[in-house]
Design a protein. Sequence first.
Length: 360
Amino acid sequence: MSYAAVGPAVPAVPPAAVLCGVGAWVPPRVVTNDELAIRLDTDDTWIRTRTGIRARHVLEPGQATSDLAVEAGRRALACAGIVAGEGVDAVVVATTTPDRTCPGTAPLVAARLGLTGAAAFDVAAVCTGFVYGLATAAGLITAGVARRVLLIGADAYSTIVDPLDRANAIIFGDGAGAVVLRAGNADEPGAVGPFDLGSDGAHEDMIMVAAGGSRQPVTLDGTSRTDRHFAMRGKEVYRHAVTRMTESARTVLSKAGWKTDDVDHFVPHQANLRILCSVADDLELPRERCVTHVESVGNTGAASIPLALADAAARRTLTPGDRLLLTAFGGGLTWGSCLLTWPTLPTPAPPHHQGEHRTP
Ligand code: COA
């Protein structure tokens, strides 16, 4: 008996997710190391030598993560040539600092971008959020659930870091970066993948905000200031970050059959310049292939990779056909990597305001 008449013998090739737009935004207010040194027992030399950071951008009081996300999303949609949100089926926001514990931030961002009706949800994987979000957004496309997805990494760490905690206040900044993915073919520039994702929850207390969730609800009398703020064991995080990022990068390269030398640009989560240089050295990647943006924006959490991408694209550092390795590490602990070949895109607007000094 032949089944030829009931349908195609060969299943259709599932679509791949292809990057077709990028954009980013940081708030105008710049906080330099010298400004931090006025209120904290620290100085510019200590911060620069330990982290590579010279300045960071912070929100004005009353602003929130969605304000960052909307600006970055708008820029990525413009870069993708999408007018008035037409044909975007899903909006994913990767963040550790949602506007509220409930509901998610993504539906509000979607509505403000004129995308009411699109699926919208948040991804929580701390500083690995963008890479997890990229895998999630790509999955929506390859599963046939969505044809076009807007993915935004947005964080406002200034809202959860204790301004008097010198160990953390020097590291973090606020910002957002976004990409648009569309359904396409696996062999075209911009196709994302393969991925490597991982976690180790045994170390959940290494990077944490202890209070505010169901484990330790905020109470008026019983919650200390420390419990409400972001806490991190910096030295241990440093070691785990270097090890996990290096391993994850190696894993994804081997999945794709790429050698380290095939990588034109290494775009790591911008945790700290020393971590990035250590990972590049361990991978035997020349440091000049490492895209860095941390000097002028600090660690912007889930925003850091798309922010670095948008900044490099705006400065025309990325050219079509360049091979990129994205690698992230964050609380959870979580880590992940992804490969892609840079597509032909219109040059996006720079994440910084015109005329602003990038490095004071
Ligand atoms: N200014 C001046 N001194 C500071 C300081 C600051 N901002 N922060 C800490 N110190 C002091 C400490 O109190 C300590 O003093 P002590 O020796 O008298 O106790 C000394 O500097 C060394 O502190 P330590 O925490 O051991 O410094 P470090 O060399 O490990 O650098 C970090 C601290 C946070 C910069 C470093 O651990 C780091 O980069 N960790 C990774 C953080 C990160 O990138 N996280 C994001 C991952 S997603």
